[in-house]
Design a protein around this ligand. Structure first.
Ligand code: NDP
Ligand code: 8X3
Length: 252
């Protein structure tokens, strides 16, 4: 029987590439995101190239009611979710702490932290019932090393790192693996969102750096998810070769 993956934030970047990687390797894939048209575009692409089945769920991870209704609406055969990738997330703004926008702060905390919790709360009990599963949280090197103007984003990803360990401790007796992947710079829509749609500024972030691609991250997630049952990658930091540490010289 095909295994099933649920990946949040599959309309762009890492999530889209992760969905494609698993679908192309025979997994049934549940994709999620807020942008309905994009979701439909990704769904039809996966159906064309992949060999498994696809379900698209349109919800905002910040809304616990929407999360529960969407996951609760899955047909019974889709409720055996083998792998959950908590990927949906964002940085909003790049101001010093005294000048930051509380709207941006709320967006980051509500998405990166509370959204991840709501989705986990909806899926983890299904894995407990099944007696197995793998939860892969997309953290960031920003969660390990705070940088100038990263403040709330860095804190939200530090929370993802901490939560991943707690989740692993709580769920280990149910045979559920928990992995936290901590990427450095990868060129997706991430910087465009961070700079509120300023494409020029977004592009400038990667000047002089051969950044990672979404596909690089998808390959790593796939590798973590397909190791033998008795092996769990707990944390994995990955950066472009040119990024030995946080380099954000271009962020401000
Ligand atoms: P993208 O902006 O390309 O993709 C983000 C995805 O998250 C989109 O599919 C978006 O879908 C979804 N998303 C955002 N907010 C919500 C929400 N409230 N509800 C549902 N879905 C949401 O960025 P990346 O692919 O780069 O980012 C993916 C993850 O990786 C994030 O958690 C990010 O913090 C992390 N990361 C990124 C790095 C990078 O350099 N790119 C490095 C380290 C970590 P939609 O708008 O349709 O809802
Ligand atoms: C995104 C990576 O270095 O831009 O999480 O903060 S970084």
């Amino acid at each position: 029987m095909n295994k099933t993956l649920l990946v949040t934030g599959a309309t762009s970047g890492f999530g889209r590439a992760i969905a494609a990687r698993f679908a192309n390797n025979g997994f049934n894939v549940i994709i999620t995101g807020r942008r309905k048209e994009r979701l439909a575009e990704v769904e039809s692409e996966l159906l064309k190239t992949g060999t498994g089945k696809v379900v698209a769920l349109n919800f905002d991870v910040r809304n616990a009611g929407e999360v529960n209704a969407a996951i609760g609406s899955l047909p019974q055969e889709w409720k055996k979710i083998d792998i959950l990738v908590n990927n949906a997330g964002l940085a909003a703004g790049s101001e010093h702490i005294d000048q930051g926008s509380t709207d941006d702060w709320d967006r980051m905390i509500d998405t990166n932290l509370k959204g991840l919790l709501y989705v986990t709360k909806a899926v983890a009990p299904l894995m407990v019932e099944a007696g197995s599963g793998h939860i892969i949280n997309i953290g960031s090197i920003a969660g390990k090393e705070p940088y100038e103007s990263g403040n709330v984003y860095c804190a939200s990803k530090a929370a993802v790192k901490s939560l991943s360990k707690s989740m692993r401790i709580d769920l280990v007796k149910h045979n559920i693996k928990v992995t936290c992947i901590e990427p450095g710079m990868a060129e997706t829509e991430f910087a465009l969102v961070r700079f509120h749609g300023d494409a020029e500024k977004a592009k400038s972030i990667y000047k002089g750096i051969d950044a990672m691609t979404a596909d690089d991250i998808a390959g790593i997630v796939y590798w973590c998810a397909t190791l033998p049952a008795h092996v769990c990658i707990n944390e994995l930091e990955v950066t472009p070769t040119q990024q030995a540490t946080i380099v954000h010289k271009n962020i401000r």
